[in-house]
Design a protein around this ligand. Sequence first.
Ligand SMILES: [Zn+2]
Length: 410
Amino acid sequence: MRSSLLLLSVAAGLTGWAQEPSALLQDPAVKAALEAAKRNEPRFIEEEVRICEIPAPPFHETERGRELQGLFNGLGLKDVRMDKAGNVIGVRPGRSAHPNLVFSAHLDTVFPEGTDVKVTREGTLLKGPGIGDDCRGLVVMLATIQALNDGRVQMPGTITFVADVGEEGLGDLRGVKNLFADSLKGQIDKFVSVDGTGLGMTNVGVGSMRYRVTYKGPGGHSYGAFGMANPIHAMGRAIAKIADFEVPTDPKTTFNVGRVGGGTSINAIPFEAWMEVDMRSADVASLKALDDKFNAAVRAAAEEENRRWHNRGKLTVSPELVGLRPAGQTPANSAIVQTALGVSHALGIEETLHEGSTDSNVPMNLHIPAITISGGGKGTGAHSLNETFDTADSWRGTQRAILLAIALAR
Ligand SMILES: [Zn+2]
């Protein structure tokens, strides 16, 4: 989970939507499942530590994935498999194949290979890279399957559990993209991802586009070859244009030149200059408009530099898209958000809606009902080596996930 912002607080009142999840609490099987969740929590915290000590660096999630595959089988899921992207998929059939709820958490971490992933403990505080994001989500998913089994909960609809790859950074949501484009194409009616810690909910998916732009020319001696186009000068022109972009504040739309490089020597006209640029918005049209402006600016900068030197040492520019997270949102008044709010209300959880960039971005962009919930407990330092997860009352997050799964698989 990345950069989540508080959007609004929702005071859960006794309105219509709150009725159905509350009524579910009267069902003996549901009650039994929720009790099991609380009872099983200490065991699943042990699991959280164990799973988190299996490294899952970006693009290398297979070992942790194989472990989840074994656990899915052990919990009795059907048709357990790993798809070609590396997602681990397992089905809990209901009375009917639809609605089919995908309930997911991501396998990958932001930490490179070789990172020490040992988890340490002090009281209720666990410390280790990835312990909250997203070992917590993986374990809430497992605890949900176990509790549904323990309560012998029969559901009208089907739940497909997925431990997915590539949520973080340049993973670029490739796991969930593959679910919707290939392995579960056309079969997903609703989507929930459990990501990170706390008791929040994300219904707005901030999209992002990331580019690496390279300017190239012949280069030469700064004195002897003077009079030819200069890739760094061209890139400077581009950055000046980008820096002056006007973007909407609502929906919040952003741009950043984050890294630059190039050149070989103070007395050489460089043959190459490059920059990395990140642009974001939760609004599809605003992100598209910004992207168009950006591409026009980097090309215009190359043309201006070439014209300035009458095409001597003519340079070229190639903007390469290195990251694309689609934008989208699930409206606050949609059935899935209202049901989720009702679930939280029924369990006495005061709900807040957030925006962020998570696996749910993909279904949100496709207009498939989707939200991301966090997994309970309290976390600090996500994406840092000092990440912590406080397990005090973390069972509340597990219970919320379970009741939500039950409420949506119908
Ligand atoms: Zn995450």
